[in-house]
Design a protein around this ligand. Structure first.
Ligand code: SF4
Ligand SMILES: [Zn+2]
Length: 131
């Protein structure tokens, strides 16, 4: 919280005073940064603390999701940059080198019913776009 105060008793010039322990509501202090992904869901309203990935949640074969997986997840970049008009994704949390967890993605084009080796580039949607 910013407070306007005079800098001294003899000075009329206002200065900004930033208290060290700002009385912000707890929700602002504790809520993690939101993830810019259509599958990310969070509810911190009225003391609730619920977060989930609604893509990984659908995959019963996946290891459980946790928030830090979003930091290296390829899904937001794929959704932003793919040329596929109807991409469908399945995401799985796997362990790499038996230690680090990461998200792997399996993609198909739901319009042409083909698997996409590269989720960013659908050859059939690209061919359609040229006509
Ligand atoms: S893990 Fe990936 S798909 Fe799931 S919410 Fe995070 S960024 Fe989105
Ligand atoms: Zn496609």
């Amino acid at each position: 919280m910013l407070t306007v105060a005079k800098c001294s008793a003899t000075c009329a010039r206002p200065s900004l005073y930033i208290p060290l322990a700002a009385p912000w509501p707890d929700v602002i202090m504790t809520a993690p940064k939101p993830v810019n992904c259509r599958y990310y869901y969070a509810d911190f309203h009225r003391g609730r603390e619920s977060e989930e990935c609604r893509l990984i949640k659908r995959n019963r074969d996946s290891r459980p999701w946790h928030r830090s997986l979003c930091n290296s997840c390829p899904v937001p970049t794929i959704l932003l940059n793919t040329n596929c008009q109807e991409i469908a994704l399945e995401a799985t949390v796997v362990k790499r080198f038996g230690l680090l967890e990461r998200v792997t993605v399996y993609a198909i084009c739901a319009r042409h019913l083909i698997e996409l080796d590269d989720p960013l580039a659908c050859p059939r949607c690209a061919a359609e776009a040229e006509h």
